[in-house]
Design a protein around this ligand. Structure first.
Ligand code: CU
Length: 165
């Protein structure tokens, strides 16, 4: 089951689109103090690995895939990726990868850090978003909607393009 907060994030993200259609005047923004510490994350190069659910697969056969992205923190606060919702998976996990005795091992973690002024690359063989239990096949060129939650910066919606690794 997807986390309820992410479903809410999706709904909240869609509401402004509906509001725009009625050309509602923009609400008066509250000024943000210039010197306030802030984490500001830009997400680029978002993609997901192609994967195929076989015709013969049944509910006991789980097919996983991984999503990758580059997180750029242009703010002055350390931040961390803490949760992801992908519309095509039963659940997601945050994983680190490391070579242990010549074998690639994946370790689940609670957060993936992005230091202030730095960037963290989620790439094959490195940190990644594990999409566990795909609900449909991912063919190259498909797009996957994902909601991404950061500890300090809140939620963002991104679209991952499916590619072959
Ligand atoms: Cu993994």
């Amino acid at each position: 089951m997807p986390d309820t907060w992410l479903v809410a994030a999706f709904a909240a993200a869609l509401l402004p689109l509906a509001a725009c259609a009625e050309s509602t005047p923009a609400p008066t923004a509250t000024p943000v103090p210039v010197a306030a510490p802030a984490a500001q994350i830009t997400i680029v190069d978002v993609w997901a690995e192609a994967a195929t659910l076989s015709e013969a697969s049944n509910s006991s056969t789980e097919v996983n895939s991984a999503a990758y992205m580059v997180l750029v923190n242009s703010g002055n606060l350390d931040d961390a990726l803490v949760n992801v919702f992908a519309e095509v998976a039963d659940k997601t996990e945050l994983h680190l990868s490391a070579l242990v005795d010549g074998v690639m091992k994946m370790t689940p973690v609670d957060e993936i850090h992005v230091v202030a002024g730095g960037r963290t690359e989620l790439v094959p063989g490195g940190p990644h978003v594990m999409m566990v239990g795909l609900t449909r096949s991912l063919a190259p060129g498909n797009r996957v909607l994902m909601a991404v939650r950061f500890k300090m910066s809140g939620d963002q919606l991104v679209v991952a393009e499916v590619r072959r690794p």
